[in-house]
Design a protein around this ligand. Structure first.
Ligand SMILES: O=C(O)CCC(=O)C(=O)O
Ligand SMILES: [Fe+2]
Length: 499
């Protein structure tokens, strides 16, 4: 008590008698403390400042400068106010010249449940609700009228629907034939955690990386047991056991398993409807509405795949998949590959955006599922839960994070790719994994509009340059229209092969 009084009066009045020795010691201690305190505070302050700068840089480079900007009428910031603003359209000119870096508009989700007002057609405002942030997924009720839904279904029926099949497995088998690797090398590649054992999940996870074909975990168990490669049935395969597979020429393991793969689609039929000039007014109107919705340059939307109309019958489903593919130097986009004459080994559909239209309401089942939406992390291994894969919509639709019930006229749309941080298309968003739950009864009609953009800007530009003049110069001539239709139907054929 006395000490504290002494201290406080010392600071208050320098005319007081000198402090007793012990107080001076205390004062000395206290000043040492203050210095330490000061140093600690300064260190924390600097660390804090560095953290803030690092965070800002991270956000800037992750989202792209366009998304940080709040000025300049960036159409993605506030769709309510900007829906009718003229967009900078670098695609107007087919000759894109040197890459003038354009920023593709990209909505912000803000938070799940957030509603943005958007203007798609004159004298009408639509509400767009954020369903998830990973992937960036939105729902727009009443995107189509009842009449429009009916017309699209009828046009599809008139054209005729074909069975959606898996044709990828034979191609995959052929590819693996050409892989000249020893059993040890294959084992090493499959052994992700490098513990010298192949866990069931490692093989399952490997199998997930193969063009939309998924391996059923129980199928794997069967193979282990059936081939007696894993006599102790512990679900682990040692190199020795793996070699034993190789002696019976079974070490081309993944290819051999194709018979055990899940059938990616079932009871699903589809057709493609051209939406360009000369198409039915409803189809043209839909395309223009999608352009307004995505706020992308119109020509980019026009050059994308035609509308895919899909019919599911009772029991129909579609296992979880990505609509687009990962970016890889050895992979080319299906849509630009035709034009840029690349010699890459693999081909993938490059679909920046998916828009799904529900053409009828479904009573039971048939939901679109996003099994890992808004998960904290994405891990292939986490897709297997208690031996059942979240990919398998026949078995685990109820375990997914998010399901959208088909309601007539509603559209949902999401970004399959992240931004590259510079305003162009970046990596595949793994969280965009989605599928269809089993349709309990009745029929489900949906339509897909995919917006194709090559993540390689130069390739997209070259493709544009090659294709767009035909459209501009010859739009009115029969020949031009024919060319246009042929090039679009080539896409369609690709998709039929891929699907
Ligand atoms: O039918 C749906 O709900 C989604 C369709 C889909 O994912 C697809 O066809 O790729
Ligand atoms: Fe899909």
């Amino acid at each position: 008590m006395m000490e504290s009084q002494g201290l406080s009066t010392t600071y208050a009045s320098p005319t007081l008698p000198p402090l007793p020795r012990q107080d001076r010691v205390l004062l000395h201690k206290s000043s040492v403390c203050s210095r330490t305190y000061f140093v600690v505070v300064m260190v924390f302050f600097h660390v804090y400042i560095i953290n803030v700068i690092a965070l800002l840089l991270y956000v800037y480079y992750n989202n792209g400068p366009g998304e940080l900007s709040t000025s300049g009428g960036d159409p993605m910031i506030n769709s309510e106010s900007s829906a009718h603003q003229p967009l900078p359209d670098p695609y107007k000119s087919p000759d894109l010249g040197p890459p003038v870096k354009i920023h593709l508009p990209r909505f912000e989700g803000i938070r799940v449940g957030h509603i943005q007002k958007i203007s798609l057609v004159p004298n009408r405002v639509h509400e767009m609700r954020t369903l998830s942030l990973k992937p960036l997924l939105f729902e727009i009720p009443d995107f189509l009228s009842e009449e429009e839904c009916r017309v699209v279904v009828q046009l599809a029926q008139l054209k005729g629907l074909t069975e959606s099949q898996n044709t990828a497995s034979e191609a995959r088998e052929e590819e693996l034939e050409q892989l000249d690797l020893s059993p040890e090398e294959i084992f090493n590649l499959l052994d992700l955690n490098q513990d010298g054992q192949l866990q069931l999940q490692e093989i399952v996870s490997h199998s997930h990386a193969q063009g939309g074909m998924w391996l059923a975990p129980e199928g794997l168990q069967e193979i282990f047991a059936g081939r007696k490669a894993n006599p102790d049935h512990n679900g682990l395969l040692s190199l020795e056991e793996f070699r034993r597979l190789s002696t019976e020429d079974a070490w081309r393991f993944p290819a051999r398993l194709s018979v055990k793969r899940l059938q990616a689609v079932q009871s699903r039929r589809h057709t493609w409807l051209y939406q360009g000039e000369g198409a039915h007014r409803v189809l043209q109107a839909l395309r223009s509405r999608v352009t307004h919705l995505t706020q992308l340059p119109p020509l980019l939307v026009d050059l994308s795949e035609p509308l895919q109309v899909v019919r599911y019958d009772q029991g129909g489903h579609h296992h979880a998949h990505h609509d687009s593919g990962p970016i890889h130097p050895e992979t080319a986009c299906s849509h630009t590959r035709l034009a840029v004459n690349t010699s890459t080994r693999y081909e993938t559909p490059c679909r920046y955006i998916t828009v799904v239209f529900y053409l009828n309401s479904v009573e039971s089942g048939g939901e679109t599922t996003f099994p890992v939406a808004d998960n904290r992390t994405y891990e292939e291994k986490a897709l297997i839960q208690n031996g059942v894969s979240l990919i398998d919509t026949q078995k685990s639709c109820d375990k997914g994070n998010l399901r959208v019930k088909p309601t007539q006229g509603t559209a949902i749309f999401w970004y399959n790719h992240l931004s590259d941080g510079k305003g162009w298309v970046g990596e595949l968003d793994e969280y965009s994994l989605h599928g269809d739950c089993v349709l309990a009864h009745g029929t489900k009609w949906v339509a897909n509009n995919w917006i194709n953009i090559d993540p390689d800007y130069q390739r997209q530009a070259r493709y544009q340059k090659l294709v767009a003049p035909q459209q501009d110069d010859e739009r009115d001539s029969t020949e031009g229209l024919l060319f246009w239709r042929i090039s679009l139907s080539k896409f369609a054929q690709h998709k039929i092969l891929i699907k």
